[in-house]
Design a protein. Structure first.
Length: 342
């Protein structure tokens, strides 16, 4: 029986995307990545990185340095107890500055070449596998290979699809949520095996063949396979069985909605609400707004002082005008800072 796998993008999915990473010191794991990978391992998935690395073709980074960056990422994951089963990357680009790497290949995402090669070499059942990435390019590559897909799409820069983009099966804020989605879907497949087929998989019974494109150079993928280390099998955590839901629910107008579809609609609603809630978590701190708020408090203090001096004196004295003058000055400064922050 073939294995199942999760195909992972690298930059923006496992490590911080700072542009073209060309130094090992720039490698930083994203929050929650090791825990998510360990979770997926316990679910029985092989973990395979598939990454476009056109920086090699553009002359920004050498393959030797790319190998060092890969080793650093594996080291950081290993220190946290997370291990990859394979790493595939494509250094080619049709507009590359280095002639050796200036070509178009079936391995460059959104084409599915790297996923297909990994499936052949590692005996992966693509219909039981997932593709996770932070771009619609990753989603399309997974879809064309026959996998189910998850797009990492978090505030403050929510990605909007173009008309030609392939829509993912699910969206997640980060890879930890993606791992939880896969876990839930696995439980649903066990409960309702007849309804386990993904809409995207069904749509790709006859996926487009990239090899039919005329004039293309042969697909060449640079591949790194991690050494397989024998480990004690990790038992998946026992999860209490959920009470079985009714197979169908009556709706107005005599329509019926399957339990699986109801679960998908609920997940869609929860994800939408979560995105709205988390939007505020990514708002940038503004020192100008803070200073404007402090000045606004001083304005209120000056107004109170002016009122107190005026009420405690039998005649209007100079102190009232001084307090009001400072209040007006602070108010103008506060307005200036607030406008500048915008």
């Amino acid at each position: 029986m073939s294995d199942k796998a999760v195909f992972l993008d690298r930059d923006g999915t496992l490590i911080e995307d700072t542009g073209y990473i060309n130094n090992v010191e720039m490698v930083r794991l994203l929050a929650g990545v090791p825990e998510a990978l360990v979770h997926l391992k316990r679910l029985g998935y092989k973990l395979i990185v598939v990454s476009n690395q056109s920086g090699v073709a553009r002359g920004i980074i050498r393959e030797e340095v790319l190998s060092q960056i890969t080793d650093r990422m594996k080291q950081l994951l290993g220190l946290a107890g997370a291990y990859l089963d394979g790493i595939y990357y494509c250094p080619y680009h049709p507009d590359g500055a280095i002639e050796k790497y200036r070509r178009d290949t079936d391995d460059r995402k959104p084409k599915p070449g790297m996923l297909m090669q990994a499936a052949r070499e590692m005996e992966i059942d693509l219909t039981r596998s997932w593709a996770i990435g932070d771009s619609y390019r990753d989603v399309e590559a997974g879809w064309r290979a026959g996998c189910r897909t998850i797009l990492l799409n978090a505030p403050p820069e929510l990605k909007r699809p173009r008309p030609t983009d392939v829509h993912p099966d699910f969206e997640a804020v980060n890879i930890k949520e993606a791992a939880n989605i896969i876990h839930r879907q696995d439980l649903m497949r066990k409960e309702t095996p007849a309804a386990s087929a993904s809409p995207n998989v069904a749509a790709t019974s006859n996926p487009p063949s990239d090899s039919e494109e005329a004039g293309r150079a042969p697909a060449v993928t640079t591949v790194e396979r991690t050494d397989v280390v024998e480990e004690q099998p990790i038992a998946a955590p026992e999860i209490a069985a959920e009470p079985s839901a009714p197979a169908e629910a009556d709706l107005t107008g005599g329509q019926r909605l399957s339990a699986g579809r109801t679960e998908e609609l609920l997940e869609e609603a929860v994800r939408h609400l979560k995105g709205i809630h988390q939007q505020g978590l990514f708002e940038e701190f503004s020192a100008l707004k803070l200073a404007a708020g402090v000045l606004q408090m001083l304005v209120l203090f000056c107004a109170v002082m002016a009122g107190w001096i005026w009420l405690s004196s039998t005649q209007v004295n100079q102190g009232v005008f001084v307090a009001l003058g400072f209040g007006i000055l602070f108010q103008l400064m506060a307005l200036t800072l607030y406008i500048s922050s915008k």
